[in-house]
Design a protein. Structure first.
Length: 348
C-alpha cells in the first residue's frame, strides 16, 4: 500500500514537472495571457519583440506536402539552445547545447517533448557523414540542424525557436536572480569563456544569470544525466520566480531579454494559435520523451550511440502524435482543412 501511494505521488509529481517544462517553452504566451490590468502594454511589447525576432528560413520540408498552421494542424517546433554569445561573435563555430522537439496534436491537445542528447551520433546531411548532432549547427546553422533531425526521426520540423547564452543570462537577471540548490562546490567558465571565472559553493543560494548559466552548463563534476536534472531544477526556479506576484512588473524586461536573443520562424499570429494549448488546463496532456542510448568512443572521441530499436519506437510514437503514416509524409491537416492542397512556402 505504501509503495502504491508513493508511486502515485511520484506520478503526479512527474506530470507537474512536465507541465512546468511546457510553460518554459511558451514564455511569451504566459505573459500575453497574464498581466491583468497591465496586459495591453505587455501584449503590444510581445508583438513587437516577436516581429523583431522573426527570421523565416529559405527552405521547404520534404516531409510536408501541404501548408500547416498551429491553429488547425498537428505540428512540430524545434527549440534549440545555442552555445553562443556576443563574446563568441555568434560565429559559425557555435553549436547547439540543448535540443528539444515539441510535437503538438491539435485535436487531443497533447504535447510530446523529445530531448535530443547533444552528443548523439547521427547522420548530418549537410556534412554527408555521421557526427555529433550538435555539430550540425556549425556546418549550416539552424537549417542544417533541422534537416538532421528530420533525417533522424523521419518527421517534419515545421518551426524553430533558438536562443543563446545571453538570453538565459538576461532573463535570470531581469527576474532579479533565482534560488537554486547547488549540489557541490564548482569552478566553471563564464559566458565570456574565462576559465574558472565562476566559483559556487554547495547549498541553496541566490544565483544571478552568469552563475545560473555556469551551473546549467558544467559537465566536469558528474554526467550528462545529472546535467539534465540540474537544468530542469534551474528552469523550475525561473518559472517559480516569474510566476510570483513580485515579478509581474518585470515582465516587460523579461520579454525584451528573450526577444533580443531569440530567432524564430513563428510569426506572432502563429504563436497566438498556441493559446488553445495554454488554456487547456487539466485537459492538456504533456509527455516528455528521451532518446535512449549508450556511451561509446570512435577513434578516441566520445559519442552517445542511440539505441536503434528504441529510436524506432520514438519515431512511431511521434508519427502517431502527428497523425502521419509510417509510410508517407503527408500533412496532418485537420478536418477543417481536409481538402486543402496548398504547398507550404518557406517564410509563410
Amino acid at each position: 500500500m505504501f509503495n502504491e501511494r508513493r508511486a502515485l505521488k511520484l506520478q503526479k509529481k512527474k506530470k507537474r514537472r512536465k507541465k512546468w517544462l511546457f510553460w518554459v517553452l511558451t514564455p511569451l504566451l504566459i505573459i500575453v495571457l497574464g498581466g491583468a490590468a497591465y496586459g495591453s502594454y505587455l501584449y503590444n511589447k510581445a508583438e513587437a519583440v516577436v516581429s523583431k525576432s522573426y527570421k523565416p528560413l529559405e527552405r521547404t520540408s520534404t516531409k510536408r506536402v501541404k501548408e500547416v498552421h498551429p491553429e488547425l494542424d498537428n505540428i512540430t517546433v524545434l527549440f534549440a539552445g545555442i552555445d553562443d554569445s556576443e563574446t563568441r561573435n555568434f560565429s559559425t563555430a557555435s553549436r547547439t547545447d540543448a535540443l528539444m522537439l515539441a510535437t503538438f496534436n491539435e485535436k487531443q491537445k497533447s504535447v510530446k517533448l523529445l530531448s535530443i542528447p547533444r552528443d548523439s551520433y547521427v547522420y548530418i546531411p549537410s556534412k554527408g557523414y555521421e557526427d555529433k548532432i550538435n555539430h550540425a549547427y556549425g556546418k549550416g546553422g539552424i537549417t542544417s540542424t533541422i534537416e538532421t533531425i528530420e533525417e533522424l526521426l523521419d518527421i517534419p520540423v515545421d518551426y524553430y525557436v533558438k536562443m543563446n547564452f545571453d538570453a538565459f543570462i538576461d532573463v535570470v537577471d531581469a527576474l532579479g536572480g533565482i534560488k537554486v540548490e547547488v549540489p557541490y562546490e564548482l569552478f566553471e567558465k563564464d559566458s565570456k569563456d574565462r576559465h574558472n571565472a565562476i566559483h559556487l559553493q554547495k547549498g541553496l543560494q541566490e544565483l544571478d544569470g552568469e552563475e545560473a548559466l555556469a551551473l546549467a552548463r558544467t559537465r566536469h563534476y558528474d554526467s550528462d544525466i545529472y546535467r539534465g536534472q540540474r537544468q530542469q531544477e534551474i528552469l523550475k526556479a525561473i518559472i517559480s520566480k516569474a510566476a510570483s506576484a513580485k515579478s509581474v512588473s518585470k515582465y516587460g524586461t523579461v520579454i525584451e531579454a528573450v526577444g533580443d536573443n531569440m530567432e524564430t520562424d513563428l510569426s506572432f499570429d502563429e504563436m497566438k494559435s498556441f493559446i488553445d494549448y495554454a488554456t487547456a488546463g487539466k485537459q492538456l496532456d504533456v509527455e516528455t520523451l528521451t532518446l535512449k542510448g549508450s556511451d561509446s568512443r570512435i577513434n578516441g572521441i566520445y559519442y552517445y550511440q542511440l539505441d536503434k530499436p528504441e529510436l524506432e519506437v520514438i519515431k512511431s510514437t511521434l508519427k502517431t502524435q502527428l497523425n502521419i503514416g509510417s509510410n508517407d509524409n503527408s500533412s496532418s491537416q485537420s478536418d477543417k482543412e481536409e481538402n486543402s492542397s496548398t504547398t507550404k512556402v518557406a517564410g509563410q
